[in-house]
Design a protein around this ligand. Structure first.
Ligand code: NOJ
Length: 543
């Protein structure tokens, strides 16, 4: 028997609290709202909740700008409610992982309020300050939200660094006092009984602004090893780092258990395949399935026996996968199930983003008034100024904006989709009458129950956790197929990625385990025609 980490068998569900469930009618989702839906998460069968930030925050970036790491924002509830949530989750066998956003704080955090006062303030070195160059910022570094990464501060006539919004000043990790503060915060939450951390843009903490190094700085791994020792290392928690800049070599460094850093990372290579290489996410290009397969296979192979993958299509920063790479019209159900099959069939820990399990789609974003997110709004005005056509800007935005993921969860076909009794902070997707959790729970063929089945399979079939991965037909332009192999068992996962039928062959028969279409119990794989978005998981019976 292999003694393995608990989180290898787990499935994570991400909650974006603002949009999940509002319990008090103020239009903003909250902790009590989450508590009222634990039965739903239990029904789905997930093991871990990744909770996007609920800390005190002025909300320049919806909670990713934190002004008190040990306090709960009143719009989300109280610390007692948070503790109750942790306890109630524990009673349901669910652990909570907290979002650790420590690349930067809010500019309203007491450290920054102090730091900006004077050059000799004790908190000054918690942040990164530079003199300007003849009235200009110190260098060309850009913010991920557009514009310069340097903001002039009147009080001391210096610039501070912010890789995101100017209300999100970057912390200076070279300062050991900062690192100690972070460990203190982490240990506070660990003592409260949480199950681990998701670490926001953690690959940026080792930045060297003077050399214009943003990600993967020289001391990054040192910081993580130190953090591991000082906080979660011996605690049997789970940690996942958000690392946009990771390639496979770096992926191994983070997640190799012997190095004692993190358990896994979110790497985004596959999520960049529908943008023009070297350009921004707004510069669209069609996805090539071949590339998608190759990227997934590369990561599966690279971390085999050396690290661990996280598996995800969605989060609060990405458009809805069924709209992005599936079909959110006539084949919404089939394609959502197909995409789920590809992901949950691979080796790693799967993550589900709220609403993905009912096939929620992108929402219509027709003009700048429809946008709530700082990133998409900034991009709109920036490109407008650069002379881009309105139509092109809005096309990029509807396809990629984070707003797509942030519309309220669609619970039922009643008032505001059952999300709130008040006025929602952001509008509900108009398709809620058709797509909602209540309807999904009433239909045994729904996307919800398919996810439930996938989660259940992972619990009972070690092959899904430990089995080796082998990509088949890497050059095929329409089929995504691979083998998992473990302990004399072989499973084939085969998916038609598109809405047109396509042929597939494999010299074996397959005992069907799960499919998004009705199947005979045993199918001959030697020459089959896959229906639109057809997905099959079967155990191979060699002929
Ligand atoms: C990544 C988070 O996922 C995103 O929502 C946020 O805007 C940036 N980091 C800055 O914290």
């Amino acid at each position: 028997m292999i003694k393995e980490k608990w989180w290898k068998k787990s499935v994570v569900y991400q909650i974006y609290p603002r949009s999940f469930c509002d319990s008090n009618g103020d239009g903003i989702g909250d902790i009590n709202g989450i508590r009222s839906k634990l039965w739903y998460l239990k029904e789905l069968g997930i093991d871990i909740i990744w909770l996007s930030p609920v800390y005190s925050s002025p909300n320049a970036d919806n909670g990713y700008d934190i002004s008190d790491y040990c306090g709960i924002s009143p719009e989300y509830g109280t610390m007692d409610e948070m503790k109750a949530l942790i306890d109630e989750c524990e009673n349901c066998g669910i652990k909570i992982i907290m979002d650790l956003v420590v690349n930067h704080t809010s500019d309203e955090h007491p450290w920054f309020i102090e730091a900006k006062q004077s050059k000799d303030n004790p908190y000054r070195e918690y942040y990164i300050w530079r003199k300007g160059e003849k009235g200009n910022p110190p260098n060309q570094l850009e913010s991920c939200f557009g514009g310069s990464a340097w903001e002039y501060s009147e009080e001391t006539k210096e610039y501070y660094l912010h890789f995101f919004h100017k209300k999100q000043p970057d912390l200076n990790w070279e300062n050991q006092a900062v690192r100690k503060e972070v460990w203190k915060i982490m240990n506070y939450w660990i003592d409260m009984g949480i199950g681990g951390f998701r670490m926001d843009v953690i690959d940026m903490i080792g930045k060297v602004p003077d050399k214009e190094i943003k990600e993967n700085g020289p001391r990054l791994h040192e910081y993580l090893q130190e953090m591991n020792r000082e906080t979660f290392g011996e605690k049997n928690l789970v940690t996942v780092g958000e690392c946009w800049g990771a390639d496979i070599e770096k992926g191994r460094l983070y997640s190799d258990p012997e190095r004692k850093e993190l358990d896994m990372i979110f790497q985004f290579e596959q999520m960049l395949l529908d943008q023009v290489p070297g350009k921004s996410k707004w510069d669209l290009k069609p996805l090539e399935l071949k590339q998608l397969k190759q990227v997934f296979a590369k990561w599966q192979d690279a971390l085999e026996g050396k690290g661990w993958n996280s598996l995800f299509w969605n989060n609060h920063d990405l458009p809805r996968i069924v709209s992005r790479w599936g079909n959110d019209k006539e084949y919404r159900v089939e394609s959502a199930k197909m995409l789920a099959t590809i992901l949950h069939g691979m080796k790693g820990t799967p993550y589900i983003y709220q609403g993905e399990e009912i096939g929620m789609t992108n929402c219509p974003l027709l003009s700048v008034e429809d946008l709530a997110d700082v990133e998409s709004r900034n991009m709109y005005y920036e490109r407008k100024q650069m002379g881009y056509k309105e139509e092109d800007i809005m096309n990029s935005i509807s396809t990629k904006a984070r707003d797509n993921a942030r519309t309220p969860m669609q619970w039922n076909d009643g008032y505001e989709a059952g999300f709130t009794e008040g006025t929602p902070w952001y509008r509900v997707n108009p398709n809620y009458m058709e797509i909602n959790a209540k309807k999904a729970l009433e239909d045994k063929d729904s996307i919800f129950y398919y996810y439930k089945e996938l989660i259940h399979l992972r619990k009972k079939e070690p092959i899904l956790i430990y089995g080796n991965f082998k990509l088949l037909y890497s050059e095929d332009k329409s089929v995504f197929a691979y083998i998992r192999e473990w302990d004399y068992k072989k499973w084939l996962i085969v998916c038609n990625f598109y809405g047109t039928p396509t042929d597939f062959m494999y010299p074996a028969r397959g005992q069907v385990i799960l499919s998004n279409y009705k199947q005979e119990p045993v199918i001959l794989l030697e020459n089959i025609s896959l229906r639109p978005y057809e997905a099959i998981i079967c155990e191979l019976i060699e002929t």
